[in-house]
Design a protein around this ligand. Structure first.
Ligand code: G16
Ligand code: MG
Length: 216
């Protein structure tokens, strides 16, 4: 059967989660807020606006909309400055092998990302041609764990939700996939992502026979 293979971007396909972290950490420190990698887990897969709110809550800071807008622009500019020189070396190990295999097997592929910077990242890393559909932060109004981004992706591929498979590195994204009744595959730490149906440390742990078992 035809399945929809939906990939998250940051932390799944490319190693950009570390740049989000650096940019948020810089802002948090400027605001006098302590911001650790553990705090950062809560931001993964979460929209830019919601991420800022989480950080401000951490520091117990109330801010005007004007200030928030300024900080959001600043964070994004810092994030983009890390992306200026990125290329295919940013693609995480094992990802290309799986993408090529899905193409060989004629399986439709979509991107389901919360990021508004998704398209330039796919272009710079030279992998945009793999995707039959792209749904990103510019298309959705409800952030993960709301399943909207994945539902839109499945619809664009014309595949039923229950025949859709989602690769995610964030807790919010795994919850979104589960709510959508899709097969959730966690990429990362097994304890953090324990709500996922399957969990792999990274794509090098995914055997192509596992992919085949999802298709058949
Ligand atoms: C990503 C990241 C989040 C980030 C969000 C918005 O989503 O995981 O940390 O806050 O996108 O990104 P931007 O600020 O670039 O619009 P995903 O869903 O690709 O992991
Ligand atoms: Mg992610």
């Amino acid at each position: 059967t035809k399945k929809a293979f939906i990939f998250d971007l940051d932390g799944v396909i490319v190693d950009t989660a570390k740049y989000h972290y650096l940019a948020w950490q810089k802002l948090a420190h400027e605001l006098g807020i302590e911001f650790t990698p553990e705090h950062n887990e809560e931001l993964k897969g979460v929209s830019r606006v919601r991420s800022l709110d989480i950080i401000l809550e951490l520091g117990n800071i109330q801010a005007s909309q004007e200030e928030k807008d300024k900080w959001l622009i600043q964070k994004n500019e810092d994030y983009l400055s890390y992306l200026v020189d990125i290329d295919e070396s940013e693609i995480l190990p094992g990802v290309l092998q799986v993408l090529h295999h899905l193409i060989d097997k004629n399986q439709p592929i979509a991107l389901g990302s919360a990021s508004k910077n998704a398209k330039p990242i796919l272009e710079k890393t030279g992998i945009i041609h793999f995707f039959d559909a792209i749904v990103d932060g510019n298309d959705v109004s409800n952030a993960k764990p709301d399943p909207e981004v994945f539902l839109q992706a499945a619809r664009k591929l014309d595949v039923a939700y229950e025949n859709s498979i989602v690769f995610e590195d964030s807790v919010a994204g795994i919850q979104a996939a589960n709510i959508a009744k899709m097969v959730s595959i966690g990429i990362g730490d097994a304890t953090t992502l324990n709500e996922a149906k399957y969990i792999f440390k990274d794509f090098t742990f995914i055997d192509l026979s596992f992919i085949d078992s999802l298709i058949n």
